[in-house]
Design a protein around this ligand. Structure first.
Ligand SMILES: Cc1cc2nc3c(=O)[nH]c(=O)nc-3n(C[C@H](O)[C@H](O)[C@H](O)COP(=O)(O)OP(=O)(O)OC[C@H]3O[C@@H](n4cnc5c(N)ncnc54)[C@H](O)[C@@H]3O)c2cc1C
Length: 458
């Protein structure tokens, strides 16, 4: 079934849509894990918070399509950062995870996170990462023996990490945010931001006046047609969930060129193996049948039947593997964002909640420069932006040459591409997605496609 495992027993969300114009101190747009957790932290600290979500449920964006690992082991990262940055990054994630584990023990289960490789080259990379763990004081294990039926050259593990059902976890914090006084709204899409007036307009023709705005919309929406677009790349991955008998103790990510992610989960009465991979930059997919290949691997490597659930999702990647959390532009202290989670947004969203709260309270936070959206590592960032800009430019032109009849994305006008597997119109430029009727299911676009004009209406 083409559906996320986490959405298979979704409980109904109860929150109204915005029915009148509102004035508030802090408005958060986006009811995924980053928006909801930030609303919870801010409301708990006494801020008056309004959160607006376009969909009919919270946590139904990318959050619902993740693997649900709550980990400090974000791929190979510590060996790529300076010692100082690595320590800040590790501590911020560790503290945020430990805090939720202490306060909400029912919302997760413990697991050891492993990076593994089946090649000699990968082994060398893992040994370098392990050396960096040593220097940073990150407790770890290195072993060749794993519970996986794979011939592993080395696995590098961090104990006492967590696994969650990301939808249930986010809904848990939505309830807590409400309890602390946050006003949460569903079925309300922000269609316009007037930054100078500190005003948002909704699809229901109401306005929201705010003092501070936090964009937790995954891809920052419309208003930010500036360099932010070039600072983000959209990467898609594919996942499957297959009924299994045995649960794994660890959660795994291979660092080999075609990376795979593995964990098990219990949903209701059943246990599932989650198995995924085949990441690619949106617009750069190959001819591989991704779901067919995952199914084949699950059946041959794990001797399991065909998956019960298959889904794909995309996340924002940054030039240095570090998210953008904080003030969007240093000259404007009314606009903040949390995005660019590099497929580790479950734990990084917890970090975001605490960092945004400190920034809004005016408290000095040691990680603010590390996560700042306006940080620059001039050479690396510029190269990333040039590469990204050139890719988007090429896709824009290619769309008009090869897909003349396809509907134009309402974000910046690139020609969309029909995705037969998901029955969606996908924009290869910035990753907006629309259902077959042209309604937005993923931004940055905020307006529906003009399906009629392009002759694609049903
Ligand atoms: C395949 C895959 C597996 C992953 N696995 C993991 C993992 O195991 N561990 C981990 O840490 N991370 C993982 N990630 C990353 C993680 O899922 C994301 O980084 C995280 O869920 C992002 O949360 P978010 O709240 O920023 O975005 P979302 O969950 O997408 O929420 C954004 C919300 O904003 C709303 N919105 C957008 N525009 C508007 C608008 N104009 N008006 C109103 N609402 C709007 C959307 O409807 C959406 O609900 C994975 C990512 C992928 C793609």
């Amino acid at each position: 079934m083409r559906q996320s495992l986490w959405l298979s027993d979704q409980q109904p969300s109860s929150a109204p849509s915005v029915q009148q114009s509102i004035t508030c101190d802090i408005c958060i747009v986006g009811g995924g894990i980053s928006g909801i957790y930030s609303a919870y932290v801010l409301a708990k600290q006494g801020f008056s918070v309004v959160l607006i979500e376009g969909l009919s449920h919270f946590a139904n964006g990318t959050t619902a399509y993740s693997t649900g690992k709550l980990s400090t082991q974000h791929d190979l990262i510590y060996s790529k950062l300076s010692l100082e940055d690595g320590l800040l990054y590790y501590k911020a994630n560790r503290q945020a995870i430990e805090q939720v584990m202490e306060q909400n023990p029912a919302s997760f289960s413990r697991a050891t996170s492993f990076l593994y490789s089946t090649t000699q080259q990968g082994k060398a990379q893992l040994m370098e990462e392990a050396r960096r763990y040593e220097q940073l004081g990150i407790p770890h294990i290195a072993t060749k023996e794993t519970e996986l039926a794979l011939s592993v050259e080395l696995a590098l593990g961090i104990k006492d990490e967590a696994q969650i059902n990301p939808v249930a976890f986010t809904n848990h914090f939505a309830a807590l945010a409400k309890k602390h006084g946050a006003q949460l709204y569903l079925n309300t899409r922000i269609t316009k931001i007037e930054l100078k007036k500190r005003l948002l307009l909704t699809n229901l023709a109401h306005s929201i006046h705010y003092k501070k705005l936090i964009l937790c919309t995954h891809y920052p929406i419309e208003a930010l047609k500036n360099l932010t677009m070039l600072k983000l790349q959209v990467s898609r991955s594919y996942l499957s969930a297959t009924k299994c008998n045995d649960l794994l103790e660890g959660q795994y990510l291979s660092i080999d060129p075609s990376s795979r992610t593995i964990r098990t989960a219990v949903m209701g009465e059943d246990s599932y193996l989650l198995y995924g991979g085949y990441s690619h930059i949106v617009g750069k997919q190959s001819d591989v049948n991704y779901f067919g290949s995952l199914q084949h691997e699950v059946q041959t490597l794990f001797e399991l039947p065909a998956p019960s659930f298959c889904w794909d999702a995309q996340d924002m990647m940054t030039f240095d593997q570090i998210p953008y959390i904080g003030q969007v532009d240093e000259s404007d202290d009314s606009l903040y964002m949390a995005t660019g989670f590099n497929k580790w947004g479950l734990s990084s969203s917890l970090v975001a909640g605490h960092l945004l709260c400190d920034l809004l309270k005016g408290i000095k936070n040691p990680t603010s420069a590390l996560f700042s959206p306006s940080r620059s590592n001039f050479g690396k960032a510029l190269y990333f932006m040039l590469q990204n800009g050139s890719f988007i430019g090429k896709e824009f032109v290619k769309g008009y040459v090869t897909r003349q009849d396809a509907p134009r994305c309402t974000h910046l006008g690139c020609k969309t591409r029909w995705n037969e597997d998901d029955e969606t119109w996908d924009c290869p430029c910035h990753g907006s997605r629309y259902n077959k009727d042209g309604q937005v299911i993923e931004g940055p676009a905020v307006y529906p496609l003009d399906i009629k004009k392009s002759g694609h209406s049903n």
